[in-house]
Design a protein around this ligand. Sequence first.
Ligand code: GDD
Ligand code: MN
Length: 378
Amino acid sequence: MTESTAPVPGLDAAEVPEPGAVTIVVPTFNESANIRQLLRRITESVPARLPCEVLFVDDSTDDTPEVIRAAAQDCPFPVAVVHREEPVGGLGGAVVEGLKAATSQWIVVMDGDCQHPPSLVPELVATGERAKADLVVASRYIEGGSRAGLAGGYRVAVSRGATWLTKALFPRRLHGISDPMSGFFALRRSAVTADALKPLGYKILLELAVRGRPRRVAEVPFVFQERFAGESKSTAQEGFRFLRHLAGLRTASPVARMVGFGLIGASGFVPNLVGLWALTALGVDYLPAEILANQLGVAWNFLLIEQLLFRDRRAHRRWWDRLGRFALLANADLVLRLPLMALLVGRFGMGALPATALALVMTFVLRFVGTEALIYLP
Ligand code: GDD
Ligand code: MN
């Protein structure tokens, strides 16, 4: 290691943290062609301004770890690599692994493909110190930033749509973060509660900003560059993972989960009606057709709640056990509603319409509570 601790230009010495100040965490998946270039760029622009170390968290199936170890020999700062045999959580899981292992006061997370300029690392940390922030986001969407390296109109559109949707879902938690999809950011280590995180795929900053609840955030503009070598490791599957991640974050509280349950339930009318239409068109009588079509709605609801609401709570029952219980609850709901309505009208003198509405709400809440208690609790 070198002991060059010249302060960041334009800053008071007091604003620069202690030596060993930053751990740069780099998640890697088959990036052997980018490692040397990345370490070279870090060497050129970081250690003279801010003492650093680099920690790769690697899930590669190629020789990336060996390339890292060889390249580390030429680096004037410590370089470590953690190779995960069981890569849980994908990119986000790897980053959290790095957060847990890092010991510096600041952690900067950046990609291994040179799309994030290392020259910004000291500035991210200095901004955090100056603004007393826990999280400093390198943003493509504030003045001075751009997404030049986001290849293709399709990716730009997807990125924009995802950013908009995410900001709409978490207006408060993402206040002051223009680029919640960024993979380049600095974190104050004392503000990180890694055990509270449930990373799932690419959007680890989103996870940190929403579940991590940093007290103060700041942003620095940056230009998202072209990849140095190779191609993005993102897939269509990663897109679905992102939607699941969003759903998990949005339904972390019981009330939000109940709202999600209700929305999924309402969406079940679509397959129900389509099924009804198809069956009657095939000549099936209206009543048996509705009973069958209703099961289609039940199956649809089951798939969605399993994927979006209870994904991490499925392990203690087999799928057919869960489906059976869910179908039972759904049909009990239908059967229960009529006598309940009769009771409300007959005994309590309610009008038919409010009685129907109240019965709907009551059986809905019962079904939600029953689903949690009888299917997804251990
Ligand atoms: N350890 C590990 N495990 N690393 C991974 C994994 C994984 O499963 N998947 C990808 N990585 C690493 C890649 O090797 C790379 O260093 C970094 O994570 C980013 O992956 P890319 O595949 O290059 O991502 P991208 O360029 O499509 O997306 C980047 O920019 C987006 C903004 O447009 C990422 O930073 C995204 O998080 C960001 O939203
Ligand atoms: Mn990339």
